[in-house]
Design a protein around this ligand. Structure first.
Ligand code: SF4
Length: 423
């Protein structure tokens, strides 16, 4: 979502005739688009903002802006630590960035909270890339105990399908693309608009657009991922057989305290139904390690759950309390950093073995790949299979980026497969 917001800001700047500086030293405006999801993300943002400060000595006219979720969460408090910041703009206010740049008055400006127009008409930037991100909805009504998103991005607001289709058409004018529909809980799409089966209707509508090569969505919530969605996906061949379903913990007690509103058995049933209908699918997940209620025993339940499900891969983070969230108010962050690190090591090792083992089944098989990029370092092209495997291969055809190609796999590691093009 932050990439998407940044591209919208770039587009607003382009409209105004503002061009990108080659290096920060030459810039008249520097924006730091921030994330609040973990303490570490905010600390990195502070580091970046701190580093930019010295550029103000060289260019007193330099304007520094902090935008995104940290701007929303901290508001004027940012000025207590960095009084030299000129403007602070929350994610729901970015369309006002130009008017703030244009203002003549001195002093810092803080613009946070909801905007009157949830989806202002900002043209998409030409990206020259194969993938285009399109916001389908913003905000989240779920209130998972650890999560800051409902506080920084507000309540769910779905964007009308016609509006989404217009933006999809716009990005496809440049070239055919893979579309990623974005929403904090995209499976809830349309509920606030009173739609029935809104998520399915959204997928169907975008699927019908000619120049969409592939259609993906991020992020679905397991509690809202109904069997009906699974059956509908069978009729939508442009949606690849990859399911990213954040489990967050493999223990029922931890899931309850996280307020995830599903149990491990319900999650397992969902995966079984997916595998029944899409036997060759790729399944990935997110997991939080060291949530305050996670004892050693409960963590070992997560390890066992991972062994049982056998995810293709998993994105692991260690718990970090976010001020203002329910879990930060109710619990102390009792799992020590060393223990979190150790649990992370244990689960990563288990997952790596599973990923490596599952990837061996691709050896000798041919996968359809959407070619995304060329790496000069590896002198190879890469793209993703329909099951979201990253595949690298050699080709002498520079026009191959953005095309679907068939690759026969000859090497399979835990993260990357390698193969050769079949013509
Ligand atoms: S569903 Fe996702 S975005 Fe919403 S509160 Fe839970 S973790 Fe946060």
């Amino acid at each position: 979502m932050n990439f998407y917001d940044s591209s919208k800001v770039e587009s607003l700047f382009e409209q105004k005739g503002i061009t990108k500086a080659d290096v920060p030293e030459e810039a008249d405006v520097i924006l730091v688009n921030t994330c609040s999801v973990r303490d570490h993300a905010e600390e990195r943002a502070w580091g970046t903002v701190g580093n930019i400060k010295q550029l103000k000595h060289r260019n007193p006219n330099l304007k520094i802006g902090v935008i995104g979720c940290m701007a929303e969460r901290l508001g004027t408090d940012i000025l207590k630590r960095a009084s030299y910041v000129d403007f602070i703009i929350g994610p729901n206010q970015i369309e006002n960035i130009i008017s703030i740049l244009d203002r003549e008055e001195k002093g810092s400006v803080v613009l946070i909270g909801d905007s009157l127009q949830p989806y202002p008409q900002i043209p998409s930037k030409k990206t020259g890339t194969v993938i285009a991100y399109i916001a389908a909805m913003k905000g989240c009504n779920c209130h998972c105990a650890y999560c800051i998103v409902p506080y920084t991005r507000g309540k769910e607001e779905s964007r009308p399908i016609a509006d989404i289709l217009e933006e999809v058409q716009q990005v496809l004018e440049e070239s055919p693309k893979e579309i990623h529909l974005l929403g904090q809980n995209i499976t809830n799409y349309g509920k606030d608009l009173g739609m029935q089966n809104g998520f399915i209707r959204l997928l169907e509508a975008v699927h019908n657009v000619d120049k969409v090569i592939r259609l993906k969505y991020i992020t679905p919530h397991p509690k809202d991922f109904t069997f009906k969605i699974i059956y509908a996906l069978k009729q939508l061949p442009k949606v690849p057989e990859h399911f990213h379903l954040p489990v967050q913990s493999g223990d029922d007690e931890v899931l309850r305290t996280m307020n995830r509103r599903y149990t491990t058995s319900e999650y397992l049933m969902l995966i079984e139904e997916i595998r029944k209908h899409f036997p060759d699918s790729g399944i990935s997940t997110d997991v939080i390690i060291g949530f305050p209620s996670e004892t050693k025993q409960l963590f070992s339940n997560t390890v066992e759950f991972f062994k049982k499900i056998e995810f293709d891969n998993a994105y692991m983070t260690t718990y970090s309390p976010r001020p203002g969230t329910p879990s930060s108010k109710i619990y102390n962050d009792v799992v020590s950093p060393e223990e979190k690190k150790e649990r992370h090591r244990i689960l990563s090792a288990v997952q790596e073995e599973i990923s490596h083992r599952l990837n061996q089944k691709y050896l000798g098989k041919t996968l359809e790949l959407l070619v995304e990029e060329y790496s000069p370092k590896h002198t190879a092209f890469s793209g993703r299979s329909r099951t979201n495997k990253i595949v690298s291969f050699k080709s002498s055809n520079p026009e191959i980026i953005g095309k679907l190609v068939n690759i026969k796999i000859r090497e399979a590691g835990s993260w990357v497969l390698k193969g050769d093009e079949i013509r």
